[in-house]
Design a protein around this ligand. Structure first.
Ligand SMILES: *Cc1c(COP(=O)(O)O)cnc(C)c1O
Length: 283
């Protein structure tokens, strides 16, 4: 709802919204970018680095013009970290260059910063250094920070005034919100411990590599293992008590505050057992 509220404020029917290919707002928000916010998705090739298009790609898409029936590019949305790219981090320099390219073509900019804390901890910078260039930002207090629920949408006073109206329109009005706010404040005290999750993810990745898995480069708390049949792999891992998320061509393993180093070793032991029993079945 955080992203949706922001996009609904920014977009009008007939607008297109530029975002990196496989962005969460395109693939994982049930198409609301179009049917509730009114924008037509324009995925950008990540030709700069994983999860990050180049400034040239943004400029080309942002300045696209056409006859009266053409879409009108009005908004650039980046994602930091980029989940589908395996938790890839967007640096402050990358953000500045892309925001500048969008802004010089007259576009508004939004950041899907669901995991901005992971990016900030990885880079060793204040989260503000990664967000201040954008017109609006959405951040999650759940995910790695561990609050049961809660996202925050930030922008100018005029934007927030509009955003409150849209939130209400979408059924997101809350009255006794203090208990959620309190959980959110606890979450914000836990930013530094994300470094542990990143360490656990690298231990998991190394262990999977040792066991013969293909593992994409790991930057933060997401480990992507490309496999031939992600759904089958996820199901058989689930049978030994390991929950992973199947995507198109990989399964995704996540670390967060609910996963300890012992849990990681336990999971790796189960992977070993599972692999050897699969080999026995095959032989
Ligand atoms: C979790 C997440 C969101 C917000 O999702 P909700 O399920 O609506 O809280 C937005 N963007 C990314 C990249 C996410 O991972």
């Amino acid at each position: 709802m955080g992203n949706l509220v922001a996009l609904r404020v920014h977009l009008r029917p007939g607008d297109s919204i530029l975002a990196p290919a496989d962005a969460h707002i395109f693939d994982n928000e049930v198409g609301t970018v179009s049917w509730l916010a009114g924008g037509f998705p324009k995925p950008l090739e990540c030709d700069h680095r994983p999860g990050v298009p180049s400034a040239e790609t943004v400029s080309a898409a942002a300045t696209a013009t056409g006859p009266y029936f053409a879409l009108r590019p009005t908004l650039l949305c980046l994602e930091n970290t980029h989940a589908a790219a395996g938790g890839a981090v967007v640096t402050a320099d990358d953000s500045s260059a892309l925001v500048a390219a969008a802004r010089s073509a007259g576009l508004t900019t939004h950041l899907d910063g669901a995991r901005i804390w992971n990016a900030a901890v990885h880079l060793g910078v204040d989260p503000g250094e990664l967000t201040s260039e954008f017109d609006t930002v959405q951040v999650c207090l759940s995910k790695g920070l561990g609050a049961p629920v809660g996202s925050v949408v930030c922008g100018s006073e005029a934007f927030v005034t509009e955003a409150r109206r849209v939130r209400k329109m979408l059924g997101g009005g809350v009255r006794q919100a203090g208990i959620l706010g309190a959980a959110g404040l606890v979450a914000l005290e836990r930013i530094d411990r994300l470094a542990l999750d990143h360490h656990h993810a690298s231990v998991l990745a190394d262990g999977l590599l040792d066991r013969g898995w293909t593992v994409s480069p790991v930057t933060t708390n997401i480990v992507m293992t490309p496999v031939d049949n992600p759904v089958d792999t996820a199901e058989s891992l689930s049978a030994v008590g390991i929950r992973v998320l199947p995507s198109r061509s990989a399964v995704r393993w996540m670390t967060y505050s609910g996963v300890s180093l012992d849990d990681v070793h336990c999971a790796l032991d189960r992977v070993t057992d599972w692999t050897s029993s699969a080999q026995q079945r095959a032989s």
